[in-house]
Design a protein around this ligand. Structure first.
Ligand code: ASP
Ligand code: MG
Length: 460
């Protein structure tokens, strides 16, 4: 089989972990044709972003301190692995860039990408050294993006073609490579990055382009769970999930994938397996097109309608009200245009059929920006609108493709919440019927998750 193996930051956190990853690659190589993809070492992306900001604001003390921290961390690992030559050369180039930014006190998104890309280039160089493989960055591998630096979108057809052309023949010839996650280049060859968590995306793009049999995403968790075990002690690992269910779950949880990472895999039918570096023998969670055996939602012989109950925290709700919106086309577009103008991401939307109010859920950190944008725009439109905010909410979702067309699911969900004494603030269900999202007060979130989890007997 051809397998893309992607290792997250904690999997390459130090020399010992990198050796462990190398051992996993070597043992997989005995059986399969393997393409390893690596993230930056744990915390390095954050350090590099801070470093870029410190340099841009001319704070040379802080920049030097961060530069030293990045250098020390990588050199410690590099010496232990004997990879100091490659690592030192990369660190020198990083230093050169940072000094340029410091001197100019200016940081373009493009320069920021050039700096942050060093995280993956460094970890890739080390793993490649241990494996005796060739280190390739995303650009050499052929991933081409638009110019949206910081969160670039791959030009998919071109990338598919180029990856096939560049990596395909190497792999067919049995050459060993390691590819940087996250890093790509625009059409002019200028370094870009795919957004936070983008190494997952790299892995699925490569998997699709190279017609891999599976894409294995390694992290420090065993796979996807029925709920966060911190809220639900008897949460279980999910053995299988459909792409559609995984997409619904996608944005929940700290260990979630890059939001668009499943797209290329789903589009090309390449199964994705989420697994743990710490338990290499454990099969993890398989995300594929195929239904679990025994029909939708079967899990170890059990069939469940709701498969998992993820929760999204640190959110706020904004309610926009006013009779002026009733029957007036364009009201919603004013609201969303105002938010988009301030780059506020909207997680959830509700509007009742009376049209007298729109409720939206935004990230807690974006609340002030959202409110400011709405006040400015809507107060100016002539007809009065009220803007009310509810800080500190969370969204609990019930997800499962077995919910589609099954009667009584909503009734069971809300009855279980009522029994647990949870007040429901707002609800959304898309017509895919694959998930119901419920806004509750932040403090009631874990209780709500447990209530739904118990109702559908998802625990062990
Ligand atoms: N290193 C990048 C990040 O931390 C990309 C990744 O790890 O997937 O966001
Ligand atoms: Mg990371």
């Amino acid at each position: 089989m051809r397998i893309v193996m992607k290792f997250g930051g904690t999997s390459v956190a130090d020399a010992e972990r990198i050796r462990h990853v190398a051992a996993l690659v070597v043992s997989a190589t005995a059986e399969h044709n393997v393409v390893p993809v690596v993230s930056a070492m744990d915390q390095v992306t954050e350090m590099l972003l801070d470093l870029a900001d410190a340099a841009a604001s001319g704070n040379s003390m802080q920049a030097e301190a961060l530069l030293k921290a990045v250098r020390d961390k990588h050199l410690a690992a590099a010496y232990a692995l004997g990879a100091q030559q490659a690592v030192t050369a990369l660190l020198e180039r990083l230093e050169g860039l940072v000094r340029g930014v410091l001197a100019l006190e200016e940081l373009t998104p493009r320069a920021r990408d050039a700096i942050v890309a060093f995280g993956e280039r460094l970890s890739c160089a080390m793993l490649a050294h241990v494996l005796g493989a060739r280190a390739m960055d995303g650009r050499e591998a052929g991933i081409v993006t638009d110019d949206h630096f910081g969160e670039a979108d791959p030009l998919m057809d071109l990338s598919m073609y180029q990856v096939g052309q560049s990596l395909g023949p190497l792999l067919d010839a049995g050459e060993r490579v390691v590819v940087t996650g996250f890093v790509a280049a625009n059409q002019h060859g200028v370094t870009s990055t795919l957004g936070r968590g983008g190494s997952d995306y790299t892995a699925t793009i490569l998997g699709a382009a190279l017609r891999a049999d599976e894409i294995w995403i390694y992290s420090d968790v065993d796979g996807l769970m029925t709920a966060d075990p911190r809220s639900v002690p008897d949460a279980r690992l999910l053995a299988r999930l459909s792409f559609a269910e995984a997409v619904e779950m996608g944005k929940f949880g700290a260990k979630s994938m890059h939001p668009r990472a499943l797209e290329p895999a789903a589009a090309h039918g390449v199964p994705v397996r989420m697994r743990s570096t710490f338990k290499p023998e454990h099969p993890g969670t398989l995300i594929s097109d195929k239904q679990a055996e025994g029909g939708a939602g079967a899990e170890g012989g059990r069939v469940s309608i709701v498969r998992c109950v993820p929760m999204l925290k640190n959110l706020a709700m904004v309610n926009i009200g006013g009779a002026a919106m009733i029957g007036r086309p364009g009201s919603a577009s004013e609201v969303f245009a105002a938010l988009a103008g301030q780059r506020v991401n909207v997680h959830m939307i509700c509007q009742s059929v009376s049209e007298a109010g729109i409720s939206l859920v935004v990230g807690g950190g974006q609340l002030d920006r959202a409110k400011g944008a709405l006040e400015k725009t809507l107060r100016g439109v002539g007809s009065p609108r009220t803007i009310e905010v509810v800080p500190n909410v969370c969204v609990v979702a019930a997800v499962g493709s077995g919910m589609r067309g099954t009667r009584g699911v909503a009734a069971r969900i809300f009855t279980s919440l009522a029994r647990a004494g949870v007040n429901v603030i707002a609800i959304a269900q898309g017509s895919s019927e694959m998930s119901i999202s419920i806004v509750v007060e932040a403090s009631a979130g874990p209780l709500a998750v447990r209530a739904i989890h118990d109702e559908f007997s998802l625990g062990s």
